[in-house]
Design a protein around this ligand. Structure first.
Ligand SMILES: Cc1cc2nc3c(=O)[nH]c(=O)nc-3n(C[C@H](O)[C@H](O)[C@H](O)COP(=O)(O)O)c2cc1C
Length: 359
C-alpha cells in the first residue's frame, strides 16, 4: 500500500513527473544527457566522477562535469572514500554549476569498494552519514545520496541508512533496490521503497529494473516512490523518457518510436557526441547502436557496419542504406518488439583506473 506523502522538489529543484536518468559510467556523458532531457527526463545525472580526479584537475574529470544549459537540472555524481577530498571536490562541482551534488555510496565493483568508496560505506553507515553531513555543510546546492539496500541479504540496513543520511542533511535518497553482493544480478526488490518511505521525510527515488513505461507506472502505482531512475533501459533507447512521460500524463499506452525517429535520434546523438568529444567520440558512441535498432530485420548486420565507421558521414550512409533495405523489403516495423535492458555493467577491470588517473 503506497504511502501518501509525495514530494515535488529536491531542495529547490522541481521533480516534475519524477522520471530521472540514472548515473552510468561511460554512458551519461553530456550528449546523452541532452538527448534524454530533450526526450523528457526530468533530472539527469552525470556518470560518477572521482573526487581525487577532480582535485587533481584531471582533464577527463572536468569534461565529465561540463554542463549544457539545455540539460538542467543536472546532478553531478562524485565518489571517494576520503572526507576532505569529497568536500573539496564537492565545492568544485558546485562552482562548475551543478544543480545537485550526488554522492555515490552504491558502486559495487571491487576496485571501488577496495578503495573504501561506493558500496564500501554500506559496511560503515556512520561514516556514510558523517561524509554526507560534511559535504552538505560545505555547499549550498542540494546534496543527494545514491546507495543500495545493504551489503548482502543478511545485512539489509537501508532503513537505518536512510534515517542517518536524512539527519545528516541529504536532500534526497536514491536506492538501487539490490544488495552489494548481488551486483547487477537477480531482481531489484521494490518492496523496500515503502518501508524506507515510512522512516524518512526527504524525496525517495526508486532504482533498479525500470525498463518499460509500464514499469514506471507500476513503480508509482505500487510504491510510494517520489521518482524513479532509469539506467540500462535507456541505453540506445532514450525514447523511454518520452514514452513514460506520455503514459503518466495521458494514461494511454505510448507507441514505440518508428524507424525514422530512431535513425534521426541516433544521428543527432552521434553528432552531439562528435561536437563535444571530437572524432574520437565515434568510437565511444559504438555502445549505443544496438539499442537504437534492436528488434528490426537485419539490425545486427547494420550494427556490424556501423561499428566500422570512422566518420559521421559514413554512419549516415550506412543508415540511409539500412532504411532503403527496410523499405524495399517492407520491414519498416520491428520484427521483435520485446525489449530487455542491455547487459552492460561498470565491472570492467579498467573502470577505476580510468576514473582516478583521469585519462
Ligand atoms: C554501464 C553502467 C554504468 C554505471 N555507472 C554508475 C555510476 O557511475 N554511478 C552510479 O551510481 N551507478 C552506476 N551504475 C548503476 C546504475 O545507475 C543503476 O543503479 C543500475 O544500473 C540499476 O538500474 P537499472 O536497472 O535501471 O539499470 C551503472 C550501471 C551501468 C549499467
Amino acid at each position: 500500500m503506497a504511502i501518501d506523502k509525495k514530494h515535488t522538489h529536491i531542495g529547490n529543484i522541481p521533480i516534475g513527473n519524477g522520471v530521472f536518468l540514472a548515473p552510468m559510467e561511460d554512458v551519461c556523458d553530456l550528449p546523452f544527457r541532452v538527448i534524454c532531457k530533450n526526450l523528457g527526463a526530468d533530472i539527469v545525472y552525470t556518470e560518477f566522477i572521482s573526487s581525487e580526479g577532480i582535485i587533481r584537475d584531471a582533464k577527463r574529470a572536468f569534461q565529465k562535469m561540463t554542463i549544457d544549459p539545455q540539460e538542467r537540472p543536472v546532478a553531478v555524481q562524485i565518489f571517494g572514500g576520503n572526507i576532505d577530498a569529497m568536500v573539496q571536490s564537492a565545492k568544485i562541482v558546485e562552482d562548475a554549476g551543478a544543480d545537485i551534488l550526488d554522492i555515490n555510496f552504491g558502486c559495487w565493483v571491487k576496485k571501488v569498494v577496495k578503495r573504501d568508496a561506493g558500496a564500501a560505506f554500506l559496511k560503515k553507515p556512520d561514516e556514510m552519514a558523517a561524509l554526507t553531513e560534511a559535504v552538505a555543510k560545505a555547499v549550498n546546492i542540494p546534496v543527494t545520496v545514491k546507495t543500495r539496500l545493504g551489503w548482502d541479504q543478511d545485512n539489509i540496513i537501508i532503513t537505518d541508512v536512510a534515517k542517518k543520511i536524512e539527519n545528516a542533511g541529504a536532500a534526497a535518497l536514491a536506492v538501487h533496490c539490490r544488495t552489494r553482493d548481488m551486483g547487477m544480478t537477480g531482481l531489484a526488490d521494490w518492496d523496500w521503497i515503502d518501508r524506507i518511505k515510512e522512516v524518512i521525510d526527504i524525496p525517495l527515488i526508486l532504482n533498479g529494473d525500470v525498463v518499460h513505461p509500464e514499469d514506471v507506472k507500476r513503480a508509482f502505482d505500487e510504491t510510494s516512490a517520489d521518482a524513479v531512475m532509469i539506467g540500462r533501459g535507456c541505453i540506445g533507447y532514450p525514447f523511454i523518457f518520452k514514452r513514460a512521460k506520455d503514459y503518466l500524463e495521458t494514461g494511454k499506452y505510448p507507441d514505440e518510436p518508428d524507424i525514422y525517429t530512431r535513425i534521426n535520434t541516433c544521428i543527432e546523438h552521434l553528432e552531439l557526441t562528435v561536437d563535444f568529444k571530437g572524432n574520437h567520440g565515434i568510437k565511444e558512441f559504438r555502445k549505443h547502436y544496438s539499442g537504437y535498432f534492436k528488434g528490426y530485420a537485419g539490425a545486427s548486420e547494420c550494427r556490424k557496419q556501423l561499428m566500422e565507421c570512422a566518420a559521421v558521414d559514413e554512419v549516415k550512409n550506412v543508415l540511409a542504406d539500412y532504411l532503403e533495405y527496410l523499405t524495399k523489403n517492407d520491414k519498416l516495423e520491428a520484427v521483435n518488439k520485446t525489449r530487455t535492458a542491455p547487459r552492460l555493467s561498470c565491472s570492467r577491470p579498467d573502470y577505476v583506473k580510468r576514473q582516478t588517473v583521469g585519462v
